[in-house]
Design a protein around this ligand. Structure first.
Ligand SMILES: N[C@H](CCC[C@H](N)C(=O)O)C(=O)O
Length: 260
């Protein structure tokens, strides 16, 4: 039996497993895919193993719903900090490693978690979109009415287009709200569908918008709730001290037996 915890961070939902004893390191792609399946398994956008790591509170190993090991997951990072606190592994802050290096996370009031993201040193402007990496690769496109989009269809068309078909990319459609906030909807690589929010996507979308008017903080609306991205703008395409902030909550825990 595998004990698991289910968390969601603005609707991006995850299976978390305490793997400090290394009992579940051998999960196969097929098994992770089955666990993330919303009909045959528990159901989630991704799965994380909380591993031991010398010199840090833990290491976060992230898998997308397709069962394959993924890159950095911003909402997953916020969720695993809350999970580590539930395990009494940390107090109100954590230092951990993930696919893109070191991260720090702090628990705020209520279910709010702040996650320190790695610097972004390059934002590539293509004709009608931007490409940047916030720990995962992102395509950011501004649109008029994001609520009217068929994100699953339009996102897949971009993700499977020639430049991205081999390695994939996460696709973010962004509308500028009148109050300076942005509304982001994301098609996620490895889920191969729209998710209710994507932390590294929200971060990418906020930084693209800040290229021109660079406030140090952007409010972001997503299908799954509101987040905030804070940053220091160093140059036109150069940002550091980036914090992804928003709620991350425990949903339920259980244990599951893998099919033979
Ligand atoms: N699907 C992404 C990883 C998870 C990103 C997302 N869940 C987030 O919160 O950043 C990728 O394969 O690039």
């Amino acid at each position: 039996m595998i004990p698991f915890f289910k968390y969601q961070a603005t609707g991006n939902d995850f299976i978390l497993i305490d793997n400090r004893e290394g009992l579940y390191s051998g999960l196969t792609t097929e098994q992770v895919k089955w666990l993330c399946d919303r009909r045959f398994g528990i159901g989630a956008d991704g799965l994380m193993l909380l591993n031991k790591k010398q010199g840090y509170d833990f290491d976060m190993k992230y898998f997308n719903a397709d069962g394959r090991e993924g890159s950095m997951c911003g909402n997953g990072g916020r969720s695993i900090v809350r999970f580590a606190h539930k395990l009494r592994l940390i107090g109100h802050s954590a230092s951990f490693t993930a696919a893109d290096g070191e991260h720090e996370g702090t628990l705020g009031n209520g279910d709010w978690v702040r996650l320190h993201m790695n610097p972004v040193r390059a934002i590539k402007k293509e004709n009608d979109h931007f490409i940047l990496d916030t720990g995962s690769p992102h395509y950011v496109k501004h649109v008029e009415k994001v609520a009217d989009l068929d994100v699953a269809k339009e996102g897949a068309a971009i993700r499977y287009s020639a430049p991205f078909s081999e390695k994939g990319i996460n696709v973010n459609f962004v509308e500028l709200n009148g109050d300076g906030s942005i509304y982001v909807r994301t098609y996620e690589r490895g889920v191969e569908d729209e998710t209710y929010s994507c932390g590294t996507g929200v971060t990418a979308s906020a930084l693209v918008g800040a290229r021109s008017n660079g406030p140090g903080k952007v409010d972001v609306q997503t299908l799954g709730g509101r987040l905030q991205v804070e940053f220091t703008k160093v140059g036109d395409n150069d940002f550091e001290d980036i914090w992804l902030c928003g709620p991350a909550t425990f949903v339920f825990k259980g244990e599951i037996e893998l099919p033979l």
